[in-house]
Design a protein around this ligand. Structure first.
Ligand code: CDP
Length: 225
């Protein structure tokens, strides 16, 4: 069995992280949530009032940022400079600024190089927006996940509610669609389907069904080539 790289890209809140996490656990692979890295940088920029238009300030701030992932009780938690920020990075104030931050070329350069290093040995599932196009253009398996907007809003609302955050469907929808717009139209590494990615619409699929579907594709890649 080969230790392949699996790239999962797609729009906001279509279940990429859930699929990537389930798949990594099923295959015994590592899992990297690249969106969490952009979110951690955004949290740092907010807390330190970094001006996005000031390239020197952005580059200096990036030098002061260390992002790590730790696994505890089966959960994946994000650490920023030694502090657990898993909850903070999912807050609306971070969601509202993350796409403008992720459009800054210096930010992308810094995070993409860390992401490439994390995948050097293979045996990894990474989800994001540019994983199959920029981070791992040679990934053995590329999935482009999509779901209908209403379903994405419903899922994100539920996820937030489980964390005690009650937001209207309109507010959640506006954030998802605005991030999709910025992510798809930015000049540097816009969100787009890689030519060799397999498109999966999971609107009508359960978590288990999407896992089985992609696990089958992954195992086929792991036993060939
Ligand atoms: O969870 P959700 O799908 O809503 O978003 P996320 O994966 O946590 O990513 C948050 C934001 O980070 C996205 O809206 C993008 O602006 C940015 N991002 C990116 O530019 N490139 C990536 N590889 C991953 C995320």
């Amino acid at each position: 069995m080969r230790n392949i790289i699996i790239a999962i890209d797609g729009h906001s809140s279509c279940g990429k992280s859930t699929l990537a996490r389930d798949l990594a656990a099923a295959l015994g692979f590592g899992y990297v949530d690249s969106g969490a890295m952009y979110r951690a940088v955004t949290l740092f920029f907010l807390d330190h009032a970094v001006n996005l238009a000031d390239e020197d300030a952005v580059v200096n701030a990036l030098d002061d940022i260390l992002i790590e992932f730790k696994h505890a009780d089966g959960a994946n938690r994000t650490f920023l400079n030694g502090q657990d920020v898993e909850e903070d990075i999912r807050s609306m104030r971070v969601s509202e600024l993350v796409s403008p931050v992720a459009a800054v070329p210096a930010v992308r350069r810094a995070l993409v190089s860390q992401q490439k290093a994390l995948g050097r040995k293979g045996g990894i599932v990474m989800d994001g927006r540019d994983i199959g196009t920029v981070v791992f253009p040679d990934a053995e398996l590329k999935i482009f996940l999509t779901a209908e907007p209403d379903e994405r809003v419903r899922r994100r609302q539920l996820e937030l509610r489980e964390k005690g955050v009650d937001l209207s469907a309109d507010i959640v929808r506006e954030n998802l669609l605005e991030r999709d717009r910025i992510d798809s139209t930015r000049a540097d590494s816009p969100l787009r389907k890689a030519d060799d990615a397999i498109v999966i619409d999971n609107t009508q699929l359960t978590r288990q069904e999407q896992l089985e579907l992609v696990q089958g594709l992954a195992r086929a890649k792991m036993t060939t080539g």
